[in-house]
Design a protein around this ligand. Structure first.
Ligand SMILES: *Cc1c(COP(=O)(O)O)cnc(C)c1O
Length: 232
C-alpha cells in the first residue's frame, strides 16, 4: 500500500473514533484534504480512495488544479484578495475564508454577474492573533447580518484557524466558543443565513475540533506529509 493510502486510512480511522467519542454520526463531519503545495497527481490518487473534497489556499493553485483535475470539489481556505475573486469563482464549492465585508461584497458582485450564488463561511479570528485574518468574536454576528443582505452569497457557517499549539487541549475552549457562537447566531434566524457548517480543526487538533462540533476538518500534513515550501 502507498504511504498516501496508509495516511488516508489512518486519518479516516481517527475521524471515526472522534465521532464515536463525541456521539456524532460519521456523516456529520467532512474531511477536507488540504493539498496546497502538493502535486495534482496526489489529488488524483487520493480521489481514487473516494476522497472528494480538497482544500487550497492559493488562487493560482485552485486554477491550475481544477483545470488539470476537475473531477473533485475544491475549497478555498486561504486569505483571498478582492482582486482575485474573479479567478476563483466557479472553481470552488465553498470559500471558507471570508474575512471582511469588503471581500463578501466583491464575491457577491462577481457572483451576480455570473448568475450564481456562492456559498461562503465567515472567518473568525478565534485566537485573536494579530497574524491571522478574520472577524473577532464580538464582530461576527453583525458581519454575518451584513453579509446576509448580499444577494450573490449564501452564508453557511463559520470557520477558524486556531493557534498552532502542540497540545490540542489548548484549543478546546476556543472551539467550544466558536460552536456556541454559531448556535447563538443560528437562533436569531437571520434570512439568508444558515449556521450548519463549522470549519475548524487541522492536523494537530482535528479530533478535539470534532468533539466540539466541527463539520469540516481541514487536514494537510497528516495526509500528505510535511510541506516543503512555505505557502501559508
Ligand atoms: C494549511 C492549512 C490547513 C492544514 O494544515 P495542517 O496542519 O497541515 O493539517 C488547514 N487550514 C488552513 C486554512 C490552512 O492554511
Amino acid at each position: 500500500m502507498s504511504e498516501l493510502r496508509l495516511n488516508y486510512d489512518e486519518v479516516i480511522r481517527r475521524i471515526e473514533d472522534a465521532c464515536r467519542r463525541a456521539g456524532r454520526p460519521r456523516e456529520s463531519v467532512q474531511l477536507i484534504a488540504v493539498s496546497k503545495t502538493k502535486p495534482v497527481e496526489m489529488i488524483r490518487e487520493m480521489a481514487s480512495f473516494g476522497q472528494t473534497e480538497f482544500g487550497e489556499n492559493h488562487v493560482q493553485e485552485i486554477e491550475e488544479k481544477s483545470q488539470a483535475f476537475p473531477g473533485v470539489h475544491y475549497h478555498m481556505i486561504g486569505h483571498l484578495q478582492t482582486n482575485k475573486v474573479k479567478k476563483v469563482l466557479g472553481k470552488t464549492v465553498l470559500i471558507h475564508s471570508v474575512d471582511s465585508l469588503h471581500l463578501a461584497e466583491a464575491i457577491s458582485k462577481e457572483a451576480l454577474k455570473r448568475n450564481m450564488v456562492q456559498d461562503i463561511l465567515a472567518e473568525v479570528n478565534a485566537g485573536n492573533e494579530e497574524s491571522k485574518y478574520g472577524f473577532s468574536f464580538e464582530e461576527t454576528e453583525e458581519a454575518v447580518r451584513q453579509m446576509a443582505l448580499l444577494p450573490g452569497i449564501r452564508v453557511k457557517g463559520l470557520m477558524c484557524v486556531a493557534p498552532n499549539t502542540a497540545d490540542p487541549e489548548e484549543n478546546r475552549p476556543l472551539f467550544a466558543k466558536l460552536f456556541q457562537l454559531s448556535v447563538d447566531i443560528s437562533s436569531k434566524k437571520i434570512d439568508n443565513v444558515l449556521m450548519n457548517e463549522l470549519s475548524m480543526g487541522m492536523t494537530n487538533d482535528f479530533e478535539t475540533a470534532i468533539e466540539e462540533g466541527a463539520t469540516y476538518v481541514r487536514i494537510g500534513t497528516a495526509l500528505f506529509g510535511k510541506r516543503n515550501y512555505g505557502s501559508e
